[in-house]
Structures are given as C-alpha cells and as structure tokens.
Design a protein around this ligand. Structure first.
Ligand SMILES: Cc1cc2nc3c(=O)[nH]c(=O)nc-3n(C[C@H](O)[C@H](O)[C@H](O)COP(=O)(O)OP(=O)(O)OC[C@H]3O[C@@H](n4cnc5c(N)ncnc54)[C@H](O)[C@@H]3O)c2cc1C
Length: 482
C-alpha cells in the first residue's frame, strides 16, 4: 500500500524490500468504507479490484452473542434513521424505546436491513450513494496486485532479507539497511513495514511499546479458511465464544474464519477445537496460530523512519481497523511529506495524531468487551469488571445521562457507530434529551414507521449480494452489454 501510494503521489525514487522466505502475516480480510477512497486515489477500478482480490462487499459487522447467547445486532456502516431538529436519531429512538414503541435499532439502518436480506447495491456512478460499503478481500492478493501497480509506477523491488539497520552516529537516523546477501540499500527516508518484527523501529527506539493487553486481553488467534457454503453474507460476522470471538468473512473462493482468544482463559488446543467445530464447510487448510500483544509503539515516526501496519502496533480485527490504519498513516504521511531532512516538528505532529487515532479506536474496541452480557463466563465476567480508560469512562457517563455522544476531532468511529454498539449491547441511556419532546408520541411513531418502511422497500428493490458481485467482476465489455 505504501509503495503503491508513494509512487503515485511523490517524485521520489522508491525501493521496496520484501522477503518471500519470510512471507507476510497472511490474514486481514475485512475493511471499512474508507478503503474505497484509497483505491479511488490510486485510480483502481472497483470491478478489477474485486476480481483481482477475490473480494466481496461488506455493509457492516454482525455481533452475535456479545449481548448474551442468542442475541445479535449489527454495526452497519452509514446512518441509522435520520436526525430531526437539533438532535441525532438515537435520541428519538431511545425516547420511543423507553416508551415501548420502537423496533430494534437496526431496523432503522438501511445497511443493516439490506445486509440481513443478503442484498447489496454498489455505487454505479462511482460517487458514494446512501449505503456506504467496504470489502472483504484476500489481503495477500491485494498486496500482490498493488505490488504490480507499484512496480509499473517505477518502484524497484528487491527480494532479500534485512539483516542490519545502519544508523548515523548510532542516533535516530537510518542511513541504510544491509541485506543478508551483503547488498546495502541507502535512503533518505525509510518506512518500516516489517510486520510484528518492527525491524527498523526496534533499531531506532527499542522497546518503545505501549501495552494495551490490560484492556484488550486477547493475545492469540487461530485462522483457517473453509469452502464457500451457507449464506453469502454482505457482512462480517463476529460470534462471541467463551474466551474470545470468532470471525466469518465470505470471499468469492472461500470463507475466512478465525478464533481470537485470551490464553489466560483458554488453552490453544481448546481454541482450535472450537474454531474447527464452527465452520460452515470443510476446511481448506491447516489452522494457523498467531500470537500477538495488543498495543502500539509510543512513536510511529522516529527520525527518518515511519512505521506502518503491524510494525506500528496491533489491535485485534474486531472492527476491521488495521488495514485502515495503514491507509490513514500513509495519507497523514503524504500530507506532511518531509523534504530532504525529516523535520522533528512533522514527526511530533504525526505521532500526536496517530496516538489520538489509535487510542480512540482502542476505546471503541474495549466497549465491545466491557458491555458484554455473557454473565457466568470467567473471561467475560472479568471484561465487565475491568477499569476503563478515562476517555471511555467519560464517554459512557455522558451517554448514560442523556444519550449525549460526541465525535472528537478526527476520531474514526462516528456517533452512528458508537450508538449502534452501545444500544446493540444493551447500554441504553436512562433518560433522553428533553428537546426530543418536540416530536409528540404520534409524530414520533409516524417518523419511525416511515423509516422502516422506506428501508424495507429500498432493500427489496436491490439485487442479491451474489448477483451484484457477479455484475461487478464481469469484464467491462460484458457489463456494457448486460
Ligand atoms: C489474526 C489477525 C487477523 C487480522 N484481520 C484483519 C482484518 O480483518 N482486517 C484488517 O484490516 N486487518 C486485519 N489484520 C491485520 C492485517 O493482517 C495487517 O494489518 C496487514 O496484513 C498488514 O500487515 P503488515 O504488512 O504490517 O505485516 P506483514 O504482513 O507481516 O508483512 C511484513 C512484511 O515484511 C517482510 N519482512 C519481515 N521481516 C523482514 C526481513 N528481515 N527482511 C525483509 N523483509 C522482511 C515480510 O516478508 C513481509 O513482506 C489481522 C491481523 C491478525 C494478526
């Protein structure tokens, strides 16, 4: 992603060093709608992208069992209902809910209604429509596709293993890297995309890592693909398990599955058994175990090096944010592009913004665990009892008082996202803003009914996900005659 974007937008000579012997982490299949902006900026055609990456559409994430066994809700992209007067929709919904007159919150989200009906309407014009969407895709195929584009754009790719990081005066400036075969690659600026190893950053700032596993205690994942079967859902499913959760991500050629769990509460063999017992069809490969520590590097930009992806830190894929964080750091870096010398002021601002972005996503993920309804299971009981970061605790206080939610600065998740997870997991405000009284009972009921009817009509008119995808991946000449 970095090589493809930098070669498109900067005049610099770029060298990409990768090692097929080491390989990539090999997971990462679900995204959020911002990925469409990244692809569009690179001039990527959506149909070609879906064809190349064997992708599918994604309208949101279903959370099954998080609010209690059998309960489910969707964090769907896009709006739920619509604002009225000065207040957001969730205030009116809460008023109606407290009076026993509202349907489930998701009934007012077009994305959720369409997703559960297995429907999908892509934006034909290329402009964002009323239904924001993202993709599921094979991240390995995406990387290969971007590599081809980057090389076509002038990037030089070297196959080799980085054996040494050479610094000027042992300070915070890298002059070159030495490969295992003795070659040296010099550069003005370096981007560390070396995955969990954080090779370059560890040489510059060893051990500078903020460990968040006290709040997000899952530290292992088994991942396994299985054959395509069951509903071809235009959404990711996250199902709560006794000490973690399982993902289900349908692609064109397989379903991606994984079980994220906490090793303090479940051993690896039990976690593997649970995953394999809950697949839609026969597995396509041996399950792979990944071990991780949730957290982030204290500084993502040090001297003349920026860390991206797993080299910058890791938060579990509960809200599909890792690939987005790569994209967002690339965009931030391009905005602040240094000249010949990396300016400390740019690095400081970059790090301030990254720290804010990561910590607010962390809070959003913690909310899912803290607000669980799985009483009697030791892992989930411990999650409900955890001490929250101040930023999250104060957000919950204002929400519970009157349903007030505020999106601070460029926080990734909006009021729409927070309200769906809060309500979906049963954290309902005890009272609403008195200004909701502007809509009398009958008017409120009429507004709610109109929204649900409109959503159902709109979803009924859409093609099935599979049909929409088939039309999108067909070669362009076929699309014109279809
Ligand atoms: C269990 C799990 C599930 C995930 N699910 C999602 C998801 O659904 N959505 C999402 O957005 N993200 C997800 N992620 C995160 C996602 O996988 C990563 O953000 C993404 O793949 C980017 O990884 P990366 O490029 O930083 O690291 P890697 O894929 O590990 O790539 C590192 C690269 O560095 C190279 N390298 C390493 N050491 C050397 C060396 N010494 N010399 C030369 N080259 C070297 C490797 O060859 C490789 O090319 C998930 C992660 C995990 C662990």
């Amino acid at each position: 992603m970095a090589a493809a974007a930098l070669s498109r937008f900067t005049p610099f000579a770029i060298t990409l060093v990768e090692s097929e012997a080491i390989g990539t982490v090999g997971v990462g299949e679900a995204t959020i709608p911002q990925i469409r902006l990244f692809n569009a900026a690179l001039g990527i055609d959506e149909g070609e992208f879906l064809r190349e990456t064997k992708g599918s559409y994604k309208l949101g994430i279903e959370f099954a069992g998080w609010a209690g066994e059998g309960a489910r809700y969707m964090h769907a992209f896009g709006p739920t209902g619509h604002a009225h007067g000065i207040l957001p929709f969730h205030q009116y919904w809460t008023q109606a809910h407290l009076a026993g007159r509202a349907e489930a919150f998701g009934a007012y989200s077009l994305n959720a209604v369409a997703a559960y009906a297995l429907k999908m309407q892509p934006d034909r014009s290329g402009a964002p429509g009323p239904m924001p969407y993202a993709f599921h895709f094979d991240a390995g195929l995406y990387a290969a596709y971007l590599r081809r584009r980057a090389e076509a754009g002038g990037v030089t790719r070297l196959e080799g293993i980085v054996a040494q990081v050479n610094r000027a005066d042992a300070g915070e400036r890298i002059t070159s890297i030495t490969l295992a075969d003795g070659r040296t690659v010099a550069g003005d600026f370096f981007i560390d995309c070396s995955g969990f190893r954080s090779l370059l950053m560890e040489a510059l700032a060893p051990g500078e890592f903020a460990d968040w596993s006290g709040w997000l205690p899952c530290d292992r994942a088994w991942a396994v693909p299985c054959a395509t079967s069951g509903d071809f859902t235009p959404y990711t499913r996250s199902t709560a398990r006794p000490a973690g959760w399982q993902w289900r991500i349908p692609l064109q050629h397989r379903i991606g599955n994984g079980h994220v769990f906490c090793s303090r509460f479940m051993d690896e063999e039990d976690a593997r058994t649970i995953l394999l017992a809950n697949l839609d069809a026969r597995r396509d490969a041996e399950p792979r175990l990944l071990r991780f520590t949730t957290g982030t590097r204290a500084r993502h930009w040090v001297g003349n090096c920026v860390a991206l992806g797993l080299a910058a830190g890791f938060m579990e894929p509960l809200e599909s944010t890792s690939i987005h964080l790569v994209q967002s750091s690339i965009a931030r870096f391009l905005q602040m592009l240094p000249g010949q010398l990396a300016e400390p002021a740019l690095a400081a601002e970059f790090n301030r913004q990254a720290a804010f972005e990561w910590s607010r996503i962390r809070d959003f993920l913690i909310l899912h665990y803290w607000a669980n309804g799985r009483e009697g299971e030791p892992f989930w009981d411990a999650c409900r009892r955890m001490e929250l970061p101040d930023t999250l605790a104060s957000k919950l206080d204002t929400w519970r008082a009157t349903g007030f939610l505020h999106r601070e600065h460029e926080e990734l998740f909006t009021v729409e996202g927070w309200s769906q997870v809060l309500i979906g997991q049963g954290v309902i405000p005890g009272a609403v803003n008195p200004a909701t009284r502007e809509l009398a009972g009958d008017q409120l009921s009429a507004m709610l009914t109109a929204i649900t009817q409109r959503n159902q009509r709109a979803a009924a008119a859409m093609p099935l996900h599979l049909a929409a995808l088939r039309a999108a991946v067909a070669p362009p000449e076929l699309r014109k005659t279809a």
